[in-house]
Design a protein around this ligand. Structure first.
Ligand code: ADP
Ligand code: MG
Length: 247
């Protein structure tokens, strides 16, 4: 079996009287797309927030690359290689797409000041940043301010940033949301290849995309994972069909 990259054990998160995460355990293995599905309000985003560090769990552990990261902050987790794309705030809207990726390349290189080279002419930043934009299909839009990119293009940009940060796992919270069929199809193709770079925990409502992409699917209902299985297993599962797929 493939190596486990991310392991969540018995996570609990309460919002007042509401137990939004109710003892969740799951893992993410090298090379896979593990989809997390469930109705609105099931606790999918809350779980992603706890994994990337924007929310602290009340109980439970998160291990990443063999290290317990439960007590670490967002920045430390990102430095270890946890890439997330749901947070639009990771993009500086007034900067061009290229500049946004360059900031990530620079952060990764750990060099915040260069006295003699104007930053936009620094090829040690522009070249890797352009390469990332090419990989996500955004090279033609490199000079466009992030604020003027379409919703789908901003998702691509977020992935380019995560790639520049050399992420070792991707956490994607509804990357297809608000995309048209063309955009969803393109992103599906891209994610299909991306899993070989780093495994992906994919929260997604677009079931066509989930069924096309997922190696495993976990179904979250009222803060609990009711089952985990392959696409075929999940499609056949009567509990899933009644709880989620609307049979
Ligand atoms: P999903 O992403 O599956 O739609 P969420 O994780 O966003 O679900 O929400 C799970 C539950 O927790 C919902 O009932 C939601 O209203 C509640 N919730 C989410 N975030 C907060 C918060 N910061 N404070 C209080 N309740 C919250
Ligand atoms: Mg959500």
């Amino acid at each position: 079996m493939a190596e486990t990259v991310l392991e969540i054990e018995n996570l609990v998160k309460n919002f007042g009287a509401l137990r939004a995460t109710d003892g969740v355990s799951l893992d993410l293995r090298q090379g896979e797309i593990h989809a997390l599905i469930g109705p609105n309000g099931a606790g999918k985003s809350t779980l992603i927030h706890q994994i990337c560090g924007t929310l602290k769990p009340d109980q439970g552990n998160i291990r990443f690359s063999g290290q317990d990261i439960t007590a670490l902050g967002v920045a430390e987790r990102a430095r270890l290689g946890l890439g997330r794309t749901f947070q639009v705030s990771s993009i500086a809207p007034e900067f061009s797409a290229l500049r946004n990726v360059m900031l990530a390349v620079q952060a990764k290189q750990g060099t915040s000041f260069r006295f003699f080279t104007p930053v936009m002419r620094d090829r040690s930043l522009t070249e890797p940043a352009m390469a990332m934009l090419e990989r996500v299909g955004l090279a033609a839009r490199a000079d466009i301010p992030a604020a003027e990119l379409s919703h789908g293009e901003r998702r691509q940009l977020e992935i380019a940033i995560a790639l520049a940060l050399e992420s070792r796992a991707f956490l994607l919270d509804e990357p297809m949301a608000g995309m048209g069929p063309e955009g969803s199809k393109a992103l599906t193709g891209f994610l299909d290849g991306l899993r070989h770079e780093a495994p992906i925990l994919l929260v997604e409502h677009d079931m066509d995309a989930v069924f096309a992409l997922a190696d495993r699917i976990s179904v979250l209902v009222y803060g609990k994972i009711i089952t985990t299985g392959t696409v075929d297993e999940i499609r056949r599962d009567p509990a899933v069909r009644s709880a989620y797929l609307g049979d």
